[in-house]
Design a protein around this ligand. Structure first.
Ligand code: NAD
Length: 463
């Protein structure tokens, strides 16, 4: 296939990656038709509805509404869209498979395999199959094998790896101005690589489109996520030292980040990282290292996950120490924020879930508010024990959540929490009123002056 001949692109998987990626591509490539398909009819209906889209991303609504019905379509007719496509993007889930006894965990590739079988069954002309999903090294060979075995004779396939690096909460911005676009392929797939590069060339500068081998591209995605998560765990480990010695993690981070070799981004101490990717991708990397006999490598990356869990546990221990036996007596705790980070309604692997679970286990009652996470989604993320459910209130604003609470626990740094009327909050709460800031999003000295007992990640407190 030549670059100029890309006319139709099909994306299988209408989730956090497939939806925004296809929408931005459609915006930037008016001459190409994009069809996003999914086996979840409800999700497709939501993408087609005039009401809210199935996922929240700043700026996404405008892009989808401007292209939908022009060159962007959402459909459940997977076979038809695949059969018509020059390029098929695979953006389906690649969750962790069942855990074995060792470190890490193998990725469940059943959705990827099913997509490959669909392409093999319905494609009648040369088709480029692109891994957008995050997959273990070697998955390209698995897909190519299925296409070779099950594809129609005479139909040629190329398999490429084009991992997605978007970040939830800034997906549209990241897709419009990617740091880099990686296109990996095996020897002989240069034409296919050029064809996919020609799609990105509509808006991405040439020097940011990088081609490489298939295994390198697959591993680059796992490595990038592992390095980002490692930075969070590294600064969180230093925050624990700060709390013990009386240093302030904000100052330490700033001092380190001003070193141009280190840089200041991703050096923000917090209650821990979450999201669908970091945990699962590091588990996958650890598993890969184990399966290659690289035990020291596996243990090294496993420590990044261990540090994340202990950071969350330490945060809850500070709450328990400060509020003490009142928690056991059923004190109410207002939880502000439940999404795993600001800018998204996603709660997959959110640190808020284990924090809430531990607080409930201590006896606390919870009043939870998040501006973007629906009540049902919050309840689904909490433990199923029935005696917990009557101790959880889901609130429709922050003031409702804090009314009568002994403690506020900030778990997602939504900007609206920093600008609450904190004097009013203080007046609504039971006394003495505590604030536990899991993200250094609040002005702790100002809260102390209002009469709160403020406790922040990475700072020693005497409360
Ligand atoms: P998601 O769960 O939001 O979406 C996946 C979609 O695929 C779902 O709607 C599901 O119904 C659909 N699907 C699954 N199997 C299917 C099949 N056989 N046929 C048709 N549809 C099918 O997942 P996501 O967050 O978009 O992630 C997708 C992939 O991208 C994962 O591999 C993930 O690791 C990777 N990734 C995610 C992000 C992120 O921030 N969410 C960023 C980069 C990469």
């Amino acid at each position: 296939m030549t670059a100029a001949s890309v006319r139709r692109v099909c994306c299988i998987g209408a989730g956090y990656v497939g939806g925004p990626t296809s929408a931005v591509m459609a915006l930037k490539c008016p001459g190409i038709q994009f069809t996003v398909v999914d086996s979840d009819a409800g999700r497709i209906a939501a993408w087609n509805s005039a009401a809210a889209l199935p996922i929240y991303e700043p700026g996404l609504d405008e892009v989808v509404r401007s292209q939908r019905g022009r060159n962007l379509w959402f459909s459940t007719d997977i076979d038809a869209a695949v059969a018509a496509a020059d390029i098929v993007l695979l953006a389906v889930n690649t969750p962790l498979g069942p855990r074995g006894a060792g470190l890490g965990g193998a990725t469940d590739l059943s959705a990827i395999e099913q997509c490959a079988r669909t392409v093999a069954r319905v494609a009648r002309r040369p088709t480029i199959v692109v891994e957008k999903s995050t997959v273990p090294c070697g998955t390209g060979e698995l897909i190519a094998g299925i296409l070779r075995r099950d594809g129609r004779p005479g139909v040629g396939f190329s398999v490429l790896s084009n991992p997605e690096f978007l970040s939830e909460g800034t997906a549209v911005r990241d897709l419009l101005r990617p740091d880099r676009v990686i296109i990996g392929g095996l020897d002989g797939s240069e034409d296919a690589q050029r064809a996919l590069a020609s799609v990105y060339a509509h808006w991405v500068p040439q020097e940011r489109i990088v081609t490489m081998g298939l295994w390198s591209a697959e591993l680059a995605k796992l490595a990038a996520n592992a390095l980002l998560a490692q930075r969070v765990s590294s600064i969180n480990s230093i925050s624990a030292v700060c709390e013990a010695v009386g240093a302030d993690i904000a100052d330490v981070s700033r001092a380190c980040g001003m070193d141009s070799r280190i840089g200041g981004r991703f050096l923000h101490a917090s209650v821990g990282f979450g999201g669908s990717c970091f945990h699962k991708d590091i588990m996958g990397l650890v598993w890969l290292a184990e399966s290659l006999g690289l035990h020291d490598v596996a243990e090294y990356w496993d420590q990044v996950l261990q540090m994340n869990s202990s950071q969350t546990a330490r945060f809850v221990a500070r709450i328990a120490r400060a509020v003490g036996c009142d928690l056991d007596a059923g004190a109410e705790v207002a939880v502000l924020g439940f999404a795993y980070k600001a800018g998204t309604g996603d709660t997959r692997n959110t640190p808020a879930a284990p924090v809430c679970e531990r607080l409930l286990a201590q006896g606390a009652r919870l009043a939870i508010y998040d501006p973007k996470v629906p009540a049902r989604q919050i309840r689904d993320a909490l433990p199923a024990e029935s005696h917990y459910h009557h101790r959880v209130r889901i609130c429709s604003d922050a003031y409702e959540a804090v009314a009568g609470a002994r403690a506020v626990v900030l778990l997602t740094p939504w900007p609206e929490f920093a600008t609450l009327d904190w004097a009013r909050v203080h007046g609504l709460m039971a006394q003495p009123a505590y604030v536990f800031d899991g993200h250094r999003a609040l002005d702790a000295p100002a809260l102390d002056r209002l009469g709160f007992r403020a406790v922040s990640v990475g700072v020693r407190t005497t409360h």
